[in-house]
Design a binder for this molecule. Structure first.
Ligand code: SF4
Ligand code: SF4
Length: 261
C-alpha cells in the first residue's frame, strides 16, 4: 500500500525493485534465521482502519483504549484524513509493543505492513478498482532472502492472509485519493466536524455502532434490513458502511451504495 505522503511514496517506488506478476522470489522468516525479530523495532508503522480493527481482536480492547495505548491519531498531509501511527516502546531499542521474546504476540491479527513484508504494495485507483505494483524490499539486515522457499506475489499474499486486508485497505486509499481529487476540483477541505466523524467511523467502529443506534445516519443510504443488522453487530460491516457514508457525506459519491431489496 502506498504511504500517505506523496513524496515518501515516490521515493519508495524509486528505491525498490518491482516484482512482475508471477515473478518469483526466495524468502522465509522463522525462529531459525539469525536475524529473527530484528525487524520489529523503530518502525514507522501506519495502522489502517482495518489493521486497528484486527489488532483489537488480539488485545480485546475498546477502540478508544486501543488508540490511547498503542497509537497516535494524526492527519494525512494535505487532506486531513485521520490516520493512526503505531507507538514503538519508549526505550532505547524502540521495540514494537507486540514483540515478546522476539515473537509476534498478535501474529493472527498482525498489521498488513508486517504481513506484506518483504514485499511492499503500492496502489493507485483505476476504473473498477485499484491497480497494484509490488516491490521487493531487500534490506541488508534481513537474512530471509537466503532461505530456500520460493514465492510469487499471489502465493505470498495468500500465505500471509492478505486478501481481506488488501481489499479493506484499498477502500482507505481510495477514500484518500477521492478526498485529494475532491479538494483539487472544489478547493474544499474536510472540516473539523467531518474529520472527527471520519475518525469515529474509521477507527472506532464499536463507538460508531452505538452512535448509529441513536441516529438516522443509516437512513441516508439505501440499505437492506440485513445490511443494517450487520452494520450494528459486525465491526467489518460497520467499517464498510463507514466508507460508504464518508464518501456520500463528504463528496456526494453514491457508487458503492447497495440497492434496497
Ligand atoms: S529481518 Fe527478515 S528474516 Fe529477519 S526476522 Fe525480519 S523479516 Fe524475518
Ligand atoms: S505487530 Fe508483530 S510482526 Fe508487526 S512489528 Fe509488531 S511484533 Fe513485529
Amino acid at each position: 500500500m502506498t504511504q500517505p505522503d506523496d513524496d515518501k511514496s515516490q521515493q519508495f517506488l524509486n528505491e525498490h525493485e518491482e516484482l512482475a506478476p508471477g515473478q518469483g522470489f526466495r524468502f522465509a522468516c522463522h525462529a531459525g534465521v539469525s536475524c529473527f525479530g530484528a525487524c520489529c523495532s523503530a518502525l514507522d508503522l501506519m495502522l489502517t482502519p482495518y489493521d486497528a480493527l484486527r489488532l483489537r481482536r488480539s488485545t480485546g480492547q475498546a477502540s478508544r483504549d486501543f488508540v490511547h495505548e498503542y497509537a497516535d491519531l494524526t492527519a494525512m498531509p494535505g487532506i486531513g484524513l485521520p490516520m493512526l501511527q503505531m507507538h514503538m516502546q519508549d526505550t532505547e531499542a524502540k521495540r514494537c509493543p507486540f514483540s515478546h521474546n522476539n515473537a509476534c504476540a498478535v501474529y493472527e491479527n498482525r498489521p498488513s505492513a508486517c504481513r506484506t513484508y518483504p514485499l511492499g504494495r503500492a496502489t493507485r485507483p483505476c476504473p473498477g478498482g485499484v491497480q497494484q505494483q509490488i516491490f521487493v524490499l531487500r534490506e541488508a539486515h534481513c537474512k530471509g532472502f537466503a532461505e530456500a522457499s520460493q514465492w510469487n506475489t499471489a502465493t505470498w499474499m495468500t500465505d500471509q492472509g492478505l486478501d481481506s486486508y488488501n481489499s479493506a485497505n484499498d477502500r482507505f486509499m481510495a477514500l484518500a485519493s477521492d478526498l485529494r481529487q475532491f479538494e483539487q476540483d472544489t478547493g474544499r477541505h474536510m472540516n473539523s466536524q467531518q474529520a472527527g466523524m471520519s475518525g469515529l467511523a474509521l477507527y472506532q467502529p464499536d463507538d460508531f455502532q452505538r452512535f448509529l443506534v441513536g441516529s438516522h445516519l443509516m437512513d441516508r443510504l439505501d440499505m437492506t434490513d440485513a445490511r443494517r443488522e450487520d452494520v450494528l453487530h459486525d465491526e467489518e460491516a460497520c467499517l464498510d458502511f463507514g466508507y460508504d457514508w464518508l464518501e456520500l457525506s463528504i463528496m456526494g459519491h453514491t457508487e458503492h451504495l447497495q440497492p434496497k431489496s
